[in-house]
Design a protein around this ligand. Sequence first.
Ligand SMILES: Nc1ncnc2c1ncn2[C@@H]1O[C@H](COP(=O)(O)OP(=O)(O)OP(=O)(O)O)[C@@H](O)[C@H]1O
Length: 320
Amino acid sequence: MNTLLSINGLSFSYGRKTALNGISLDLKEGGVTALIGQNGAGKTTLMRAITGLLPITENVVTVDGIDVASNPRKVHQMVGFLPDMLGFYPSLTVQDNLAYAAQINGLTDEEARQAVENTLLRLDLTSKKSDPAGSLSRGWRQRISIAQAIVHSPRFLALDEPATGLDPDARLSLSKLFLELNQAGMTLLVSSHILAELEDYCNHIIMLEDGELVGQRDIKNFLAYRKSDVKDLRIELADDRTSIERALLILSQDTQCNDIFHRDRIITLRFHGTDADQHILLKNLFAADVHVLSAGEDHNGQRETLRDAYHRMNNKTPPR
Ligand SMILES: Nc1ncnc2c1ncn2[C@@H]1O[C@H](COP(=O)(O)OP(=O)(O)OP(=O)(O)O)[C@@H](O)[C@H]1O
């Protein structure tokens, strides 16, 4: 696969505030990459830099070999961008907003007419095409914005928090749309806080922290990532509230245990230790009069999710 996006030492500051610091990465054509990171990590800034919306240094970001800083218009024709703040003309109809987006991205009138028709169909927007964009609900507005971002059939599509404000059905259809666009050859970069959704369609992940790239890997490898001295344990307790609470307290204080989940009487956790350490852990539970019915390695545990992996990279226990 060819490299479509190449970033080589990208830094960007808003005044004295450094938002991106020496980012370097390559994205291959045809992938779907999840861009994750906490609030303020620099995700939006990175997307804006890639899509030619920020004044960046020349020869630092290229899309298909074209320098974004010196050829922003050319790059706009190749990329689509869904910003976190939706932008369209509220008094124009849905159709006219799309036609405008197509034309400013270099399509002729005839190409734009055809592209608008196809995009309306693809996003199920045909019934709304004559409505003023500003009169529609948040979910429909989101669709209009996605339609605007893809109307010129970009090769690279960046989506900043695309699922925000959408109901579960709309989120599902969004996931399907991303897969469809990817199968049609588009390369996607998607930022979201909803990790379980990214997992449905992303095959690569990049992680930012304080403006720096702190992790990058293919999700298949990412999900398979396991240290040899790490195992998943499943502990079944008697149905005794005090016992369960005591067990959770002991486990949460043990630095060898993390990713502790508990449902009813079953506790699952990731244990970082040897068999002897595991034996000591159980002895501690027994010593505290925790009523353990069974304990052992959880071979049937769910595969590691993107959410688990993200929280582990951040050294946090996922919320129960
Ligand atoms: N226009 C601006 N002026 C000054 N500082 C800014 C501006 N935009 C962003 N920043 C700062 O740059 C840093 C990165 O912001 P950015 O919006 O790229 O992060 P993010 O990862 O997208 O965050 P979020 O998940 O909250 O949207 C933050 O510290 C933010 O406060």
